[in-house]
Unconditional design. Sequence first.
Length: 178
Amino acid sequence: MFKRRRNTIEECIKLTGIIKARELPHGCSQEDFVDWWPRLTEQERERYTVYEHKNILTTTGRNQLLNFIASNNAVIGAFAQFFSVGTLNITAVSPGDTQVQGEIFRAVPTLITLTGQQVDISTYFGPSQANGVYSNAGLYGINATSTLSSGTLMTHALYVYNKLNTVAITSDYLVVMQ
């Protein structure tokens, strides 16, 4: 008896999200940042990193990615419209989270850099913006606006960083496909 085996191709995709606080050189304006940052390699950017932590996709973030993959139309709500930071003292995040806790500031990502199988979503905070002791951060999409708590929380991460008034930073949200 002759047995046939079906040839199957299996591909497994893993997304890893990492958020990094990177302190920029003194006097680095947003215009300087937009001109200079894209020319740096990830290794060169790493020397400015003062904090990093892995993030999680929220349940709504996972659903949004799956809807995007399954969609046959061009209109799917945006995933990363705003990057947000909060100061409420928390010790964990979970997939069911719907808000950045104690949200104090949000901004539209300043630069999106695609390199190989990685996207770096960089959000510039000037010296006088979003000062405080951060505890958590996330990306908001689907109808997010500059109004705090608006939109849908797509990702959530612990983000323990003390942002000082004299320091400009970029919050780099790296998503790596493996």
